[in-house]
Ligand binder design. Structure first.
Ligand code: ADP
Ligand code: MG
Length: 238
């Protein structure tokens, strides 16, 4: 399961309120894309869901349980960032296995999990390579491997492809959609790439100035943008 509920979530840094009451229901297995201008609070919202940032007010629930004060590792959530720090001296296998070693999982179970993750990500042939011997797309896949190896219920992606060139982005877009299909996990994906949002999302959440401006399927937002900002982003100026 990976049902996610945000109720009137708020975040202040000092006197500045940057998330101003966000409520959202995300179904188990749904692929939801967050879009919005730089500084509107996308990363802050993800970090609160992941448990990396304290929630000032409101609640975040997973499968019906409030997780506001639950430690990040206990939430069944994995987060993939834009800048992925792989360990250069470790093999691909060891990089992917690392989170499980931290969890003190048995050697056999580690092997099973790493093989499963590398199969999904088509990294089987690369397990003994070092990150320096890989392409940008392969390195990003290793970073994703490190997230999926824990077999979380929910994945949070914060602009994971923005450091890649256009061709690789297109390739990874397809791979991430396939990954979503294979795992059936809930995914929240932040991007400012319109094509990624339109092609990958079950639903798009448009954030603006710390509030939800509109939520809908890509087609709903395209045909019935609620305001000029949504219209401008989705690409239908009418
Ligand atoms: P986005 O990811 O949409 O670009 P962020 O969530 O990173 O936006 O930031 C939202 C707002 O919160 C911005 O105004 C940013 O400057 C502010 N902010 C983010 N993190 C901090 C922090 N640790 N301390 C103070 N302000 C922060
Ligand atoms: Mg951000």
């Amino acid at each position: 399961m990976g049902q996610l509920q945000l109720e009137n979530v708020r975040k202040s840094f000092g006197n500045a309120e940057v998330i101003k009451g966000v409520s959202l229901d995300i179904a188990d297995g749904e692929f939801v894309v967050f879009v919005g201008p730089s500084g509107c609070g996308k990363s802050t919202l993800l970090r609160m869901i992941a448990g990396l940032e304290e929630i000032t007010d409101g609640t975040v629930s997973i499968d019906g349980t409030v997780v506001n004060t639950l430690a990040p590792v206990k939430r069944g959530i994995a987060m993939v960032f834009q800048s992925y720090a792989l360990y250069p001296h470790m093999s691909v296998y060891e990089n992917i296995a690392f989170p499980l070693r931290v969890d003190k999982m048995s050697k056999d179970e580690v092997e099973t999990r790493v093989r499963r993750a590398s199969g999904i990500l088509q990294l089987d042939e690369r397990l003994q390579h070092k990150p320096g011997q890989l392409s940008g797309g392969q390195r990003q896949r290793v970073a994703i491997g490190r997230a999926i190896v824990r077999e979380p219920k929910v994945f949070l992606f914060d602009e994971p492809l923005s450091n890649l060139d256009a061709a690789l982005r297109a390739e990874m877009r397809v791979e991430l959609s396939k990954l979503h299909g294979d795992l059936g996990a809930t995914m929240i994906y932040v991007t400012h790439d319109q094509v990624e949002a339109m092609t990958m999302a079950d639903r798009i959440v448009v954030l603006d100035g710390g509030i939800v401006s509109q939520v809908g399927t890509p087609l709903e937002l395209y045909h019935k943008p609620r305001n000029l900002f949504v219209a401008g982003f989705i690409g239908n100026p009418k």
